[in-house]
Design a protein around this ligand. Structure first.
Ligand code: ATP
Length: 230
């Protein structure tokens, strides 16, 4: 239909919905098509892994799904709310209310203790303060709320990052290579935590090269050159 706008509606039961996402980058006169018509659906409690070789578009997809980046085409809905086509401030508000993010290089503010990192995320989400000890215990960091990120090991920092991502009780958890730097034992532990959270109803989307993570997923979405490989 010439001239009509593409406006897919949020579907019932779907907490993360992407319809035909496109993202172009221009570098040195070249155009890179990082995402080319990617769609996905995540229901509550589902665990989906985004796989694909380096440069296939995984991080770009996650950034668009989290509202950290705005796609050049397509629509994202989170918990029934349209995330695309909004101001950065509106996207940040929706992200704070509905999404938990685990970044490859950490989502902890270095100048705050682990407990204060968690409190900060709850404040941004407009949630009331809570005793963080249960959350810390659930990620195996009981008693470490007073530690600064620099005082934690790599594996502890990864689990603290997960606690921070879960601090706002999100419907959707998005993690970019959450176990990239971890040894096999810690990877397994982080994975167990993600699985436990999914069992409690959070939809979990993870970008990862790890075959171990892919094996635990309900579904794997494989990207190649910005497109889903079917
Ligand atoms: N800000 C940017 N500017 C220019 N090109 C970019 C930018 N971000 C990503 N790209 C390009 O888009 C494509 C997809 O990159 P992306 O980082 O999404 O891949 P990836 O699958 O996450 O890779 P990796 O597994 O190495 O993290 C690549 O060709 C990359 O060079």
């Amino acid at each position: 239909m010439a001239g009509s706008r593409y406006r897919p509606a949020p579907e019932p039961g779907v907490v993360l919905q992407a319809d035909r996402l496109y993202r172009f980058f221009h570098t040195g006169g070249e155009e890179v098509l990082a995402l080319s018509g990617v769609s996905l659906r995540l229901a509550a409690g589902e665990r989906v892994v985004v796989a694909g070789e380096s440069g296939s578009g995984k991080s770009t997809l996650l950034a668009c799904l989290a509202g950290l980046d705005e796609p050049d085409g397509g629509v994202v809905h989170v918990a029934g709310h349209r995330l695309t086509g909004r101001t950065e401030a509106e996207r940040a508000r929706l992200r704070a209310a509905h999404l938990g993010m685990v970044y490859q290089y950490g989502n902890l503010l270095e100048h705050l203790t682990v407990a204060r990192n968690i409190a900060f995320v709850r404040t941004l989400a407009g949630r009331r303060p809570v005793d963080v000890s249960d959350l810390l215990e659930s990620v195996g960091l009981a008693g470490r709320g007073g530690a600064y990120p620099a005082e934690l090991s790599g594996g502890q920092a990864a689990r603290a990052g997960l606690a921070v991502a879960l601090a706002n009780d999100p419907e959707v958890l998005i993690a970019d290579e959450p176990t990239g730097e971890l040894d096999a034992d810690t990877e397994e532990r982080v994975l167990g935590l993600l699985t436990a959270r999914a069992a409690r109803g959070i939809a979990v989307l993870v970008a990862s090269h790890s075959p171990v993570i892919a094996r635990t997923a309900d579904r794997v979405l494989t990207l190649r050159d910005g497109q889903e490989v079917r």
